[in-house]
Write a protein that binds this ligand. Structure first.
Ligand code: DGT
Ligand code: CA
Ligand code: ZN
Length: 652
């Protein structure tokens, strides 16, 4: 079955071109109005840009740009504006443009010349519009002067140095284009967990509310809480009689930039940020991090970004099997299938089928003989093993271990150590941070502002740090139900030394030692870095190793370091040496694969949002996700301790 209106609106057939936000919006199946105000505005904007690419009359281009702005700034409902005839009265909406809008809103069809404009523009030029900082004028010039007609062609031209000599450009523009292409390809390949979860959870919730849907659940790498996400996978359960209706309703949800395919049981979509009720925002990004991920160009990409989603629509009795299959990981599934084979069973996305009953039958036909499973736990039970939570399904030992660990939960968290205030580069005061931490239900909060040598982050002079200590002490004297714990994020200096004198350092409750001279560390070999990190942690005052590799996800790799050796050395040092799991979704450093190692070595983990504002504290959730993925339980992390127990451990 092909669902009406589901043919991909981009018919150019180039899989590399994620046209996404760059096709004219698709009409909602139920109308009029067939389009929303923001869709009409977006379409006008697109037509303006395409006209510019084509080199149309500047007045004509401007009339589309102005109309787009005008419509997006209106507060009236577009349907009413059209129905009442008031649209044509608006200053700036000419006759031709106005009737095109009316046709779209009332009939769900875009004007023929708008569609033609899309079809006659080379796909590669549209693709190039996604490169941050590159507009239609320059694309047109590159096309005319150099014959550049795709992102790949532009990349080669930049590499060959053909772009710089063009009029009005130069080495700097050429470099900027190169960087933009690199940023775009990185951005398109994978997205960070927080972005995947934001889109995935919003879409899951919208689908759950559709009439006829029994259950909708996010699967794939997002459900397994991988640090980055390729695409979203969702499994939806509904009675077969409702499948057609549910499919149609899914396709009419807001936030769908494009439909790549839609069939009886599988829908393939591109989602965009209009999925969210409120404007999509990831909040403030720490300057240092923003720099590593592409600065303003990155913010532009994120705002207009899209993410692919695969949806499987299945009958309720198959749901648990399909969910398990599409949750993966592939490696975990391979192990499960082998376990099934060993028991004379065949496991697939449709069921767990006794081989002797199904014979030669395949797919859903064979599935009628499946063992029943209401939930995934039933599947594991049939395979004679304990339920494995999604985070652990990576074939990292979960199939062999006698007993799976009881994992940390968000509700176990009583506080976190590494957070900033306005004294260094934070956006909230100490009092505001404490208030927010109390609201999260925490019992204590660690403040570790930057140290004096880190000038760009307004590191504190020793004197100010000590003053901060006095303020904290008087707070703690006043309140008995909440404790502020005083530390510093001491910059690691030349030769593996810590910032501040030993006297100052030993007056604090704890010291987070963090490397910020990333370029220098990236220019050195692994053994030098490893030795230096070990030397840092040997300092009697060094308690927590902050963001241990300095990586920025989707931005830069960390410096080379043998973390196994560092953790091993830390486990043998005198006193309590702690490794940070930085919970910022841009870092998630310590890597989850190494959390398990820290646990085996008995090195406690401190999960830290590294919050620079109030919202930043809530990043703790990603840290908990990654800690779970790394097999950590409440007993393996400092965050679950009471303030008293924590202070005692830190005093060791
Ligand atoms: P991603 O999207 O790259 O972040 O990672 P996943 O894990 O979401 O992978 P994806 O989207 O390719 O597929 C979702 C799940 O579906 C995957 O974790 C396991 C299952 N799956 C997909 N393709 C295969 C396959 O060829 N064989 C097996 N055994 N499982 C597959
Ligand atoms: Ca996926
Ligand atoms: Zn830091």
């Amino acid at each position: 079955m092909i669902i009406e209106g589901s043919t991909p609106s981009s018919t150019r057939g180039n899989d590399l071109v994620k046209s996404g936000a760059w096709s004219l919006p698709r009409p909602r199946p139920i109308g009029p109005p067939y389009f929303s105000r923001s869709q009409i505005s977006a379409a006008l904007h697109q037509v303006g840009v395409l006209l510019e690419l084509k080199g149309a009359n500047p007045f004509r281009i401007r009339s589309y740009q102005n109309a787009s702005r005008l419509i997006s700034g209106l507060s009236d409902d577009i349907g009413e504006l059209v129905a009442s005839g008031r649209l044509m009265d608006l200053k700036g909406i000419g006759k031709g443009l106005g009737s095109a809008i009316i046709q779209a809103v009332e009939e769900g069809r875009w004007a023929g010349d708008w569609l033609a404009l899309h079809d006659e523009t080379p796909a590669g030029l549209i693709e190039m519009l996604a490169i941050p900082g590159l507009g239609p004028k320059r694309i047109k010039m590159l096309y005319e002067e150099l014959g550049v007609d795709s992102v790949a062609a532009l990349k080669s031209s930049c590499e060959a140095g053909d772009v710089a000599p063009l009029k009005g450009l130069g080495e700097k523009s050429q470099q900027r284009m190169s960087d933009g292409i690199e940023l775009l390809s990185r951005f398109r390949a994978r997205r960070r967990l927080n972005v995947g979860l934001a889109y995935g959870e919003a879409f899951e919730s919208r689908i759950s509310q559709i009439d006829g849907v029994i259950k909708a659940q996010l699967a794939g790498s997002t459900r397994r809480r991988k640090e980055t996400i390729g695409d979203l996978d969702l499994v939806v359960s509904a009675l077969p009689v409702n499948h057609e209706k549910v499919s149609k309703a899914i396709l009419s949800l807001p936030g769908i930039a494009d439909v790549k395919g839609a069939g009886d049981s599988k829908i393939s979509l591109i989602l965009e940020a209009s999925l969210f009720d409120e404007e999509f925002s990831l909040g403030n990004i720490d300057d240092n991090v923003l720099d590593a991920i592409g600065g303003a160009d990155y913010q532009q990409l994120e705002a207009s970004g899209t993410i692919d989603a695969q949806i499987r629509l299945v009958p309720p009795e198959v749901f648990a099997f399909t969910l398990a299959y599409f949750t993966g990981s592939k490696e975990h599934n391979v192990r499960l299938r082998q376990r099934a084979i060993d028991r004379g069973l065949k496991l697939n996305e449709f069921g767990l089928i006794p081989v002797d009953l199904a014979g030669e039958l395949r797919g859903m036909e064979a599935a009628q003989f499946s063992l029943p499973a209401q939930t995934e736990a039933d599947i594991y039970r049939h395979l004679e093993m304990d339920y494995v939570v999604p985070e652990l399904r990576e074939d990292m030992g979960e199939m062999e271990v006698q007993q799976l660990p009881e994992l940390l939960e968000l509700k176990d968290v009583k506080g976190s150590l590494h957070n900033h205030t306005t004294l260094s580069d934070g956006e909230a005061t100490l009092e505001e941070m404490v208030d927010a931490a109390r609201k999260l239900g925490w019992e204590w909060l660690g403040i570790a502002d930057h140290s004096q040598s880190l000038k760009i982050a307004h590191g504190l002079e020793a004197e100010d740090l000590l003053k901060q200590g006095k303020v904290i002490k008087s707070y703690n004297d006043k309140f008995s139900d909440f404790t502020i714990i005083h530390g510093t994020e001491s910059d690691v200096l030349e030769g593996g030394k810590l910032d501040y004198s030993d006297d100052v350092l030993s007056s604090l409750d704890y010291v987070v030692a963090s490397v910020h001279a990333i370029p220098k560390w990236k220019n050195r070999d692994e053994s030098t870095n490893t030795e230096e990190l070990i030397r840092v942690m040997e300092h009697p005052s060094a308690t927590v190793l902050g963001h241990p590799t300095g990586r920025i996800l989707q931005g830069r790799d960390g410096y080379e370091v043998d973390m196994n050796a560092v953790l091993q050395a830390m486990s043998e040092m005198k006193g309590s040496k702690i490794v940070e799991l930085n919970a910022s979704p841009y870092r998630l450093d310590l890597d989850w694969r190494l959390c398990k190692r820290a646990k085996e070595l008995g090195v406690p983990v401190s999960i830290n949002p590294d919050a620079h504002d109030l919202r930043g504290l809530t990043d703790i959730r990603y840290g908990v996700d990654i800690a779970r993925k790394g097999w950590l339980g409440a007993e393996d992390v400092l965050n679950s301790l009471s303030a008293g127990d924590l202070l005692q451990q830190l005093a060791n």
